[in-house]
Design a binder for this molecule. Structure first.
Ligand code: NAP
Length: 274
């Protein structure tokens, strides 16, 4: 009887050390989930589309992940006390302890000039890319600190260089860079590493979400070779694999066909023709 009690207690106290990924239902977050699954990580997949998360979870389990949890949620709502309570109860119930966090949830809306752009689009970009990332990070930080973990933020080349029609999206990604730098300063001495990954053009659902139109999205990547979500996942994994005394602070990753935000080699000039 006593032995049974001890066994029960030790099983209960065994934590599932887990990597949380926001935006895991598509694109870079989804590809990162598969890469980590192949390397036997426990995963907590977060985004709004439950059906997609279920499909990603099943694939992760087939690829070798030990345990995969899903939490359907809008990151904008992580500040809400009710939601915070809900996720804390969920973590406790499943014995999940977050060690690493990949903040991939994010989006751009529209490419209109600022004077013509919609304030509802500004709200969505700021509340998701900036405030959502902050809410999720702060909620998981106590466990990440306890585990001397790692936070990977998905910034962008738009967080370094501004382009026409991109003022607000760029502002959110400049903010991701500032938050990454600030976190590194505030977390010094804790052993937690913070990396800001800054990709150029990656062919995911990103442009479809931005334009709300598949044809316009396809035109963005026409006659050139963009990065794939997988390319970024490989680099995320490489950052996570560094020894504990090495922190890759920032990675700017462009496709070879993209020299800068406004300079893309297409057609005969593309690497596709080389
Ligand atoms: N693609 C690019 O060219 C590129 C370049 C540089 C940086 N980035 C950045 O990389 C990150 C990932 O983008 P991606 O290219 O993988 O695009 P994607 O395929 O559209 O994926 C975006 C992900 O974010 C999730 N998401 C959006 N709003 C959310 C919210 N309010 N709450 C929870 N999840 C939310 C989406 O899931 P649900 O819809 O299921 O919620 C989806 O899983 C973004 O931060 C983006 O800004 C992309």
């Amino acid at each position: 009887m006593c032995m049974l009690k001890i066994m029960k207690k030790s099983t209960l106290s065994k934590q599932n050390i887990t990597t949380a990924i926001t935006g895991a239902s598509s694109g870079i977050g989804e590809a990162a989930a598969y890469k980590l699954a192949k390397n036997k990580n426990n995963l907590l997949l977060i985004s709004r589309r439950k059906k997609n998360l279920e499909a990603v979870k099943n694939k992760c389990l087939k690829l070798g992940a030990k345990k995969v949890f899903i939490f359907e949620c809008d990151v904008q709502k992580f500040s809400d006390e009710k939601n915070q309570k809900k996720i804390n109860i969920f973590l406790k119930k499943e014995n999940i302890e977050i060690e690493k966090l990949i903040n991939s949830a994010g989006l751009a809306k529209g490419t209109e000039l600022l004077q013509k752009s919609k304030s509802s689009d500004w709200d969505q970009m700021i509340d998701t890319n900036l405030k959502g990332l902050l809410f999720v990070t702060q909620l998981f930080l106590p466990q990440i600190i306890k585990n001397k973990g790692h936070i990977i933020n998905l910034g962008s080349v738009a967080g370094r260089w501004v382009y026409e029609g991109g003022a607000v999206y760029c502002a959110t990604k400049f903010a991701v860079r500032a938050i990454s730098e600030g976190l590194r300063i505030d977390l010094r001495g804790t052993g937690v590493r913070v990396t800001n990954i800054e990709p150029g053009m990656v062919n995911t659902e990103f442009s479809r979400v931005r334009f709300g139109d598949q044809k316009k999205a396809d035109a963005v990547y026409a006659e050139m070779m963009p990065l794939s979500a997988n390319d970024i996942a490989e680099n995320i994994f490489w950052c996570l694999q560094q020894p504990v005394h090495v922190n890759i602070q920032e990675l700017v990753i462009y496709p070879t066909d993209q020299a800068s935000i406004g300079h893309v080699a297409r057609g005969e000039k593309s690497i596709l023709k080389k």
